[in-house]
Design a protein around this ligand. Structure first.
Ligand code: ADP
Length: 195
């Protein structure tokens, strides 16, 4: 299925001049950029982007706790709501602090493929070859000690449903272009290589 994903190069990615490098990672795998802009997000926009659901708070809490425990450390935060809430507050402030690049990236199975290219939430645990693994080495431990969000350069929609909810926060329908790239028949046309 052809899917669209919302990708943000967060303020740390823009500040580190990684815009071109990040876009190249998606283009080189054959995905298509169908919308692209620099945005100074408002706090409201950042707030809508990170919806504070029970599920999200639990996921954030569990991911960090699992990593602490794998490292042989006790996780010092007892409550997923307090922990998730404080992560969200920091994130909203961070995302609205300086310009981000927003883009819509499109292609067959794009949402999961992009998550694979982006890597795990914690850059230090992200595999080499992923964007987060290649260009950052931040940790849960360091970011929690400093009471700030992990600087992992990039956001990408977690699933197709999330992508559908996130796209309108950043783009109007007319900003998302229908582009037929010359390379697409090579990738997707079933008759292309038939005699
Ligand atoms: P992802 O961006 O990998 O989808 P999440 O949706 O779980 O991750 O979290 C959103 C963002 O919040 C992360 O990209 C990261 O910047 C920050 N974050 C998540 N969990 C933590 C944490 N435990 N400590 C600090 N920052 C966090």
């Amino acid at each position: 299925m052809i899917e669209q994903s919302l990708v943000l190069i967060k303020p740390d990615g823009v500040q580190r001049s990684l815009i071109g490098t990040v876009i190249q990672r998606f283009e080189q795998v054959g995905l298509k950029i169908s919308a692209l802009k620099l945005v100074q997000a408002t706090r409201d926009q950042a707030d809508r982007h990170y919806a504070l659901t029970e599920e999200w708070m639990m996921a954030v809490y569990t991911k960090a706790k699992t990593k602490y425990e794998a490292d042989g450390k006790a996780f010092p935060y007892p409550d997923h709501k307090a922990y998730g809430g404080s992560i969200k507050d920091g994130l909203v402030e961070f995302l609205a602090f300086a310009p981000v690049v927003a883009m819509v990236v499109e292609g067959e199975g794009a949402v999961a493929l992009i998550r694979k290219i982006v890597g795990a939430t914690e850059p230090a645990s992200s595999a080499p070859g992923t964007i987060r693994g290649d260009f950052s080495h931040d940790t849960y431990a360091m970011s929690n000690l400093q009471n700030r969000p992990i600087r992992n350069l990039i956001h990408a929609s977690g699933n197709v449903e999330e992508a559908k909810n996130e796209l309108p926060i950043w783009f109007t329908p007319s900003e998302i272009m229908t582009i037929n790239l010359a390379v697409e028949p090579v990738q997707y046309d079933e008759k292309r290589f038939r005699a």
